[in-house]
Structure formats: C-alpha cells, structure tokens
Design a protein around this ligand. Structure first.
Ligand code: G6P
Length: 604
C-alpha cells in the first residue's frame, strides 16, 4: 500500500528520499511525490521514474519527506498525489491510512473559507493542521489528530521549521531509523536497512518530533514516552534481487534457508520436542487449552487452514479458522480455555489487528505468528512465534507462507507433546523437520520441468485446483497464487465437493490441477480425476515420486518427494508457487507487483 519515507541529516536529501521510495515500490503505488523545505513539492502520477524526471537537479535540501500513494480517495493523479499542503502553502503532509470523518472536517473548514484542490482525505487533514498552526508544528498536529477519526501513519513538515519532521501513528506503521549522521522515518523498516538497523517503532496514539540528531516521543495527549532504539536483524541484501529476474523467484528459491531460520534453535532431536521461547510467558495457560481459534487474511488464512489439519490430527486440539474480515464482526464468546492465534506476515493487516483487539476484549489469551519483528500484532499479543523468513518483497506471499506452515508444524509438536503425542512420534517429526531444507532443494531442482508445464497452460482462461485433507487448503493457496500473479480465473475446491456443482464447468478448456500425494485420501483423489477425465478436462497431477499409476490418467505430472504426512503440504505448495510464477512470466506480467494488489493491507 502507500509508503512513507523521510530524512534529516547532513547529506543531500533528494537521492536519499528517492532511494527510500524505490525500496517501498514493492508495496504497490500509483503516484509519488517529494517535499524538500525551501524547494516545495514535486509530484507525479505513475512510476517513480516520472517523479525523478521532474525533479530539478538544483534541489539541495538536507531534509524532506516522500510518499508513494495507492489511491483510495480520488483517482491516481498528480493533483491527488502526496505531499499535500495547507492554506499557507508552508505545511506539507504525507499520510497512509484513511480519515473516516474527513467530510465533516472538510465542511467545518469550508465554513472558515479554506479552499481545497484535491479529492483526498489527506488534504483535509493538512488543512486542519494548518488551521491550528501558530508556529508550533507538533502542537498543531496534536490538536488536529484529536479531531480525527480513522487510521494514519503520517509525516508532516513546515517550511518555517525545516529541522524537524513530526510523525504520528494510529493503525498504520511508522518507524524511526536512528542513524549516525542523521535520522530517518518510514512506514516500512525494510526501507531503512541501507542506512541503519537501529529503529524505534511508534505505537498507536504516539507522536514524535524527529530532528537530525534527536527524537522525542509523546502521546497525542502529551504524555512523554521514553523509547530506546532496537536492532532489526534483516540485511539490506535481503531486499535486493541478487541476480534473480524477480523477487518472487528469489523468495521461492530462498525456501531452504527460510525453513532453517524458522527452525533454528527450536528442535530437540533427542527428546522429540519443540522449544518455542516466545510462548514461555503463557506456558501455564497452554496446558489447559481446549480450543484454538486461528485468524488471518489471504495466504495467512490458508496457512491457518493447513495448521488446523496439523493440530487436529497430531496435537488432538480442536481448531477453528477464521478470516480476519469476518471474525471481527461475528458473534464470539468469552472462553477461558481457548487460545486465539493471529497469523500475519506483515503484522499490520487491518482486519487481523481488529480481530486481535476483539479477542482481547473477550478476554482470550492471544498469540501472534508474525514475520515482521516489532510490527503492531507482534507487540499487541500476549505471546508469539516469529517466522524469521526475512523481508518478503514480492506482493504474493511465498516464503512467508512456507515459514508459516513450518511454524505450525513446530506448534503442533510443541502442543502435541503436551497432549499425548509419544516421544517416538515426536522424534520422527523432529527428524523429518530437520531434513526438510534438503528435501526442498530437490523440489527446487525440478523448476525447469515445472516451467515447461506452465508454458503449456499459460494461455488458459480458467483453472480448477483440487485437493483433500491437508491438501485442500493447499489447493486454495495454489489457486490464489495463480489469480494473484497471472489474473487467470482459478477456483479451488476440496476434491469431494467437485460433484456438488463445480464439475459442471469442466470441459476441454478448463484444466484441473489435482494435488494427490500418496496419503490417506489418495484413492479418493484417483476417483476424482477419473470423473474429471470423463469430462475431457486436462489434468495436471502433483504426485509422489515413483507413482506410476498417475501418468496413465493425468495429462501432465509434476513429481515431488514424499515426506512425513505432517510436512507434505510444505513440499507440495512449492511447485504450485513456481507454476504460478512461470505462467505469469510467460504472460509477460509484472509478477512481483500484480495490478490492484498491495503487500500489506492496513486499511479495511
Ligand atoms: C495481502 C497480501 C497477501 C497476504 C495478505 C495478508 O493481501 O497481498 O499476500 O497474504 O495481505 O497479509 P499478512 O501480512 O497479514 O500476512
């Protein structure tokens, strides 16, 4: 979604601000802009290169704010791009989020004779800040924010106070980067890595005044907050393509390393147990839990669905999986023996956060499964499991999804051993987990043959994905990947549901991706594909190495190694990620930044 970057220091601000914007590009945007005190703002619709072309070489300021906008109120255009200014033209604002009461606020400002030039809610906010301004930017910002309802991560500057940026957060992230020779602000910690790894995460309701050598944080009500910087362990290289054509391919190929990182220090080979330090704070409560609610959006939701099969089968724990956008509005009941787990790569997804808030109000014990260290969800839960997948840049989630499945396998082992899983079973799972990165390398080595199959089917308009049991949510995730990066209409069904309607659509132009590892539902899947064959629909089977029976029924077969059934979904999803990637590339699409999508959805 939108991105914010800002700088104060001794260097030329413009190249630093542009570099910051380029690092934020992956989040999706449709216009961009920059403000440097003394030189005003430059904005442009479309790509950052358009903005670069418009920038005068003589802009030599030492501070500034910049923004990539993803349109919500008003079309993508230069007029609507940020930064926006107040009536005096002295104050400039960049803003992520949505000001819900902007219409009421605008009416009040119109009565005062204030004029508007754009269709945005952001312009209303800066006009409001301007109406309170009498030489103190912090004060004016706080007064305006008290009148605002909605979400924001924002940065504001004044021509008359060029040595400071005022930032504030409510529902949309803002991180300060504390450098040696200057300070930075951003909506995304990965944009700071090239400059510094020392960061300060703002919490909701906090406002900060950032100068080149200091920062001061207070709440909107003026209560002072002492916050020391913390170190983020991501490397700058992790947000580079490193020779790969696309981030998506690089991130799929990072899988073995990602899984090693998710597992590091968490497996006890001798006792067959998992160690999850982030859950220690709630150990006593875990002993008595009788139900688990898993909440997430998009791929995180499907990871939760796989987690359900894992936990119910191997940890004997009843699980319910909910979409963030549904859980937050549905009737739910207090339950002392339930645990609520929130899965989110970014840790900032608005619906998942709102669901977390609801679970807390109900008095449930809350746990996060989050990738971005320091993100909102990671800070708001009672306990957590970090994914350690490193920064994920491609919009469609691949490596983070794998690390979520791996973390679910760890959680299954962790809770399972408390709930009747034998040591023998535990050791078997630990050994299988330990071998997983090597097995994944074998899957990745088959990428060329997957690319060939992808090429053959890239022209198709429709696709069906089917799977059963552990592989039913993997079918959904596979179809989601195809939709996201190729725009092909893809449906997913649990194999048994095919007869109840969707089979009516199948014909020779409607291929089916059938997920059929040799597991307990293999025979059922064979019946499914026989039915599909009778309707002349082409079949691609994702099958276990050595399965000879499958090639007589399927048109194409993608083989994968057999692993412990708990871990098979981790293996199976990789060929599906690669398949979607290669179809997208074959169609000439921007697989890293698909149209209409955002990496992190921080508004409802
Ligand atoms: C967006 C992304 C998806 C992601 C979903 C949930 O829609 O495009 O890839 O799965 O948000 O994001 P989260 O950060 O909460 O995992």
């Amino acid at each position: 979604m939108c991105g914010i970057f800002g700088y104060l220091g001794n260097e030329d601000a413009v190249p630093i601000l542009l570099e910051g914007l380029r690092t934020l590009e992956y989040r999706g945007y449709d216009s961009a802009g920059i403000f440097v005190p003394g030189y005003g703002a430059v904005k442009s619709a479309g790509q950052i290169v358009n903005l670069e072309k418009k920038l005068d070489k003589d802009i030599k300021g030492k501070s500034g704010i910049a923004h990539t906008r993803w349109a919500t109120h008003g079309v993508p255009s230069e007029k609507n791009a940020h930064p926006h200014h107040d009536m005096s033209g002295q104050l400039w604002l960049v803003h992520n989020g949505i000001i819900e009461n902007f219409r009421e606020l605008k009416e009040g400002l119109l009565v005062q004779g204030i004029k508007f030039y754009s269709d945005t809610d952001t312009e209303v906010l800066i006009k409001l800040i301007g109406s309170f301004y009498s030489g103190d930017l912090l004060q004016a910002t706080k007064l305006a924010l008290k009148a605002v309802r909605g979400t924001y991560g924002l940065a504001v500057m004044s021509e008359t106070e060029p040595d400071k940026i005022v930032v504030a957060r409510m529902g949309s992230p803002i991180v300060l980067g504390i450098g040696k020779d200057g300070n930075f602000i951003s909506s995304d910690p990965s944009a700071l890595l090239i400059h510094t790894k020392n960061v300060v995460f703002l919490d909701d309701g906090e406002v900060a005044v950032v100068k080149k050598d200091s920062y001061e944080i207070t709440t909107i009500e003026g209560v002072k907050k002492e916050k020391k910087s913390e170190r983020i362990e991501w490397s700058h290289e992790a947000v580079q393509k490193n020779g790969y054509e696309h981030f998506m391919l690089k991130e799929i190929f990072e899988a073995p390393e990602v899984i090693e990182n998710t597992l590091r220090g968490r497996l006890k080979l001798d006792t067959g147990e998992a160690k999850l330090g982030g859950l220690e704070a709630i150990t006593h409560r875990l002993k008595n839990i009788q139900r688990l609610y898993i909440v997430g959006c998009g791929s995180a939701y499907y990871a939760g669905q796989v987690g359900r099969y894992m936990l119910e089968e191997y940890a004997r724990l009843p699980v319910e999986v909910e979409l963030g956008s549904e859980y937050r509005y549905k009737k739910a009941y207090p339950d002392k023996r339930a645990l609520a787990l929130f899965v989110s790569q970014s840790g900032e997804t608005a619906d998942t956060r709102a669901s977390l808030e609801k679970a807390k109000e109900l008095g449930l014990t809350t746990v996060g499964m989050v990738n971005v260290v320091g993100s909102a969800i990671s800070r708001e839960v009672d306990a957590g499991i970090y994914n350690y997948a490193g920064p994920e840049v491609a919009v469609a989630s691949t490596k983070a999804f794998l690390s979520q499945l791996t973390a679910f396998a760890l959680l299954t082992l962790f809770l399972g051993r408390e709930r009747g899983m034998t040591q023998v079973e535990g050791i078997e799972i630990v050994r299988a987990l330990h071998k997983l990165p090597e097995t994944i390398k074998k899957v990745l080595a088959t990428s060329e043959s997957i690319a060939k199959v992808a090429k053959k089917y890239a022209h198709c308009r429709d696709f069906m994905y089917i799977g059963r049991a552990f592989h039913s949510p993997i079918a959904y995730e596979g179809a989601l990947k195809l939709k996201e990066v190729t725009y092909i209409h893809a449906e997913a069904y649990a194999g048994g549901e095919l007869k109840h309607g969707p089979i009516a659509m199948l014909d020779k132009n409607f291929p089916v991706m059938a997920l059929m590892p040799q597991d307990m539902v293999y025979e059922k899947m064979i019946s499914n594909i026989e039915e599909i064959k009778a309707r002349s629909a082409p079949i691609i089977a994702l099958a276990t190495e050595g399965d000879l029976r499958i090639s007589s029924v399927a048109d194409d077969v993608i083989y994968m190694p057999k692993v412990h059934p708990l871990l098979q979904p981790i293996i199976s999803v990789i060929p599906l990620q690669l398949f979607a990637y290669y179809v997208g590339v074959e169609k000439g699409l921007n697989v890293d930044r698909p149209r209409n999508l955002a990496k992190s959805v921080t508004v409802e």
